[in-house]
Design a protein. Structure first.
Length: 162
């Protein structure tokens, strides 16, 4: 049986779920924030992007995924404002194995859109932020050519030997 078929996180929001037991992953994400900021500043400064494609490879099923996306959007919005450019639309792609609980992640989206609107002042958040789930292994091709501007993966280093 292939690894792709047997490895998965505990689904849902129960006591043993990934969503409730991902503090180590949250810490890893905090360590990478400076690197993300630098990369996005360089990208946003050198290219005037109308619709930005962003992929999270090995996304989580809980709030960590949306927290990173929120930070990325904040950085791009601030850089666009500083450069007096229009903030791009965001095309966000969440990738993980087929067994990932994408439904739990998608159930968080209404609150995420509400937060974008109320806390960040992004009107009609869902029309500026397009979210998709992309199931599959990132050892195969997941996206068409020239569709992404920024790709990241935080807790998938254990797969590098593959």
């Amino acid at each position: 049986m292939e690894v792709v078929q047997v490895l998965h996180m505990n689904k849902g929001n129960g006591d043993t779920s990934y969503a409730k037991n991902s503090t180590v992953q949250r810490k890893i994400i905090s360590f990478g924030k400076t690197i993300i900021e630098e990369a996005l500043l360089e990208l946003s400064s050198n290219y005037d992007i109308e619709s930005m494609g962003i992929a999270d490879l090995g996304c989580s099923t809980g709030p960590n995924t949306l927290s990173v996306i929120s930070q990325i959007m904040d950085i791009v919005r601030a850089t666009s404002g500083h450069l007096r450019r229009r903030v791009p639309e965001f095309r966000l792609f969440f990738n993980d194995l087929y067994s990932n609980d994408f439904n739990s992640l998608f159930m968080l989206l209404p609150a995420f859109y509400k937060m974008l609107k109320e806390e960040k002042g992004i009107g009609l958040a869902s029309s500026q932020c397009f979210i998709s789930g992309v199931p599959g292994s990132f050892y195969g091709r997941l996206f068409p050519s020239d569709s992404l501007h920024f790709v990241y993966s935080f807790s998938s280093l254990h797969w590098l030997s593959q």
